[in-house]
Design a protein around this ligand. Structure first.
Ligand code: ADP
Ligand code: MG
Length: 593
């Protein structure tokens, strides 16, 4: 059998340096995580000025210079020990943490995977102390002349863990992560001045200011008149910060920040509360920027979490949701930026009073005598008989639409124009295809044999731990819709089969779209998983604007659209086509027919 037979006692303690390296794997995944820890230490030290200097996006150099409280000669040495912290003394302190750090793991971890020099001096000391540590190994300690405060310099991250070093992304991407961490700290402490240098170039110079000024300094002057302040004080939570005006909602998620008790957090549930408050005011695919600061009793928030995790749990999440939602609606309403849909608002105020002797005329009503509420088919000047099933498509009964003849043109690589018996129809190729795929995916989900197609090569999908949690939640829905997914551990999943039309090469991006949609519409997903999944996949896979189609492809889109149950609207409720009858055309040209 194996090596474990008859070897006597085999368990021993790991050398400290190895233990630190293992712990470092959790604390320091990339330069940005080291930046976060060092900035937080500077904040905890009460610094009023913090300078961050990086080279090669932090891969070769991360230096944080602060003017905080500094450390004693002994503490400078001690701070590199694992579980060495000045911030808590006993388990009770865990319930009321007021600092960002408290685990005493960061410096030990950073020092185990880089070459660190730390210089520090307290106000009361004559001279400071410098210590050098190289991959957990103590190198030297000496007195130095230095100003009050602490400078930590970490060089050559992962120099002794090549596997991790190779795992790092491009400088562009790593720099983006670093700047994101920088933003998160700078946005919580507008009173602290910050500087950020990369390759000796200054990227940010933020002087001590109020929050609005800090936001504008970080995000640009355009934000000056794009923000609405929010404010609410209740027993459960105090809320402050800013939200973007609805008209400045972004195409991409991004500038959305929650902070709880001075810590950046992610919380899809609260995000939903915010986005829900914006519903009907912004397009569906747009995201409102927000910078929201929550203050809750430390005892009602779970901070005893993984060091790099930003998810937190609130004891009273439901109340929090409701308070946040109404605070935001109120703020938007208060600024009078949008139709206020709440019934609580005094409608009478919104109707301008009539001039005193304004003549009153009864409203005129036009009655459609032919209107029959029980008639399902929508009646318009031009009738289209949509066939009810795919089988009908050969004998498509689109009145006069002589689909077999080549009558389709594509214009602007976006629209398909076709003539039909008594007019023309303009079809948006993308929206139409979304509708077609949506119904196809829904249908394959309804079938017992859900049309799952085995992939020739099973695809492995690697995601973040948080996303892995989401996938585990929605595997049943995915399987119902034609996926075959198995959890492979370590945040990876193997996809063995997928709904028809989804190929191996697109699996990863389809899964990413699903994750994004799930996070944006968690409630919808939980209630109508199959529908949301079908919608997400349809939107992801559909032919896009700008894609040129061969005549036969264009024709296929039209044919398939006409066999859909609801051909005239996209899964998101947009019209897929515009009909123009010859009669209307003649009217436009002021001719009689
Ligand atoms: P934690 O922040 O969780 O306590 P760290 O490993 O980040 O653990 O730091 C260990 C200790 O070193 C801190 O508790 C603090 O006493 C000290 N320390 C670290 N950085 C600084 C700094 N910039 N200024 C003053 N003290 C610091
Ligand atoms: Mg710390």
């Amino acid at each position: 059998m194996g090596t474990f037979v008859a070897m006597g006692n085999i368990i021993r303690l790991l050398p400290e340096s190895v233990a630190n390296q293992i712990a470092a794997g959790e604390v320091v995944q990339r330069p940005a995580s080291a930046v976060k820890e060092l900035l937080e230490n500077a904040v905890d030290a009460g610094a009023t000025e913090i300078k961050l200097i990086i080279k090669d996006a932090g891969k070769t150099l991360i230096q944080v210079i602060d003017n905080g409280c500094g450390m004693s000669e002994q503490d400078v040495r001690m701070c590199f020990e694992r579980h060495a912290t000045s911030k808590i003394k006993n388990a009770n302190d865990l319930l009321a943490i007021r600092t960002l750090g408290f685990r005493g793991e960061a410096l030990a971890s950073i020092a185990s995977i880089s070459q660190v020099e730390l210089k520090s001096k307290r106000v009361e000391d004559e001279v400071g102390t410098a210590v050098t540590v190289n991959g957990s190994e103590f190198i030297s300690q000496s007195p130095v002349n230095s100003s009050d405060g602490t400078t930590v310099t970490a060089k050559n991250l992962f120099f002794n863990v090549p596997a991790r070093r190779n795992f790092l992304k491009s400088n562009t991407l790593e720099l983006k992560y670093v700047m994101e961490e920088f933003n998160r700290v700078a946005l919580v402490h507008p009173n602290i001045s910050f500087q950020l240098y990369n390759q000796d170039k200054i990227l940010h110079q933020l002087s001590s200011s109020n929050l609005k000024q800090r936001l504008v300094a970080l995000l640009g002057n355009t934000y000056n008149n794009r923000l609405i302040p929010i404010h609410q004080e209740t027993q459960v939570v105090n809320i402050s910060g800013y939200i973007g005006k609805p008209e400045y909602a972004k195409k991409k998620r991004g500038e959305q920040y929650f902070f709880a008790n001075g810590r950046f957090i992610k919380n899809p549930y609260l995000n939903h509360a915010v986005e829900n408050a914006f519903r009907d005011l912004i397009p569906k695919e747009a995201f409102p920027p927000y910078f929201i600061y929550l203050k809750v009793d430390p005892q009602t928030i779970d901070v005893n979490i993984h060091p790099t995790k930003t998810e937190v749990n609130f004891q009273d999440a439901k109340s929090l949701y409701a308070i946040l939602h109404s605070t935001i609606k109120q703020s938007i309403g208060h600024y009078n930026l949008a139709p206020v849909l709440d019934f609580e608002t005094e409608r009478s105020l919104e109707v301008p009073p009539l001039p005193k002797d304004h003549p009153l005329t009864p409203p005129s009503i036009t009655i459609d005598l032919e209107y029959n509420p029980f008639e399902k088919k929508r009646k318009s000047q031009m009738e289209i008989n949509y066939p009810t099933s795919r089988r009908d498509s050969q004998t498509l009964d689109l009145p006069g639409a002589d689909i077999s003849a080549p009558n389709v043109i594509q214009i602007e690589r976006s629209y398909l124009v076709s003539h039909i018996k008594n007019g023309i129809v303009v079809i948006d190729q993308q929206l139409a295809h979304e509708r077609i795929l949506y119904e196809e995916f829904l249908k394959s989900g309804e079938n017992k044999d859900n049309g799952a197609q085995k992939l020739l090569l099973p695809q492995t999908v690697q995601v973040t731990p948080d996303d892995a949690e989401v996938i585990r939640n929605i595997i049943p829905v995915m399987e119902h819709s034609g996926f075959e997914v198995s959890d492979f551990g370590h945040n990876s999943f193997v996809v063995h089969a997928a709904p028809p039309g989804i190929e191996s090469t697109t699996i990863q991006s389809v899964i990413e779209s699903i994750l994004e949609a799930y996070k944006a519409e968690t409630d919808e997903f939980n209630q109508h998983g199959e529908r949301e999944l079908a919608k997400t996949m349809a939107l992801r896979m559909a032919i896009k604007h700008g894609q040129s189609l061969k005549p036969e492809e264009a024709e296929a889109v039209i044919q398939q659209l006409m066999t859909c149950a609801a051909p005239d609207i996209s899964p998101e409720g947009k019209p897929t086509m515009i009909l123009l009858s010859y009669k209307e055309l003649a009217n436009e040209f002021k001719r009689t027919t």
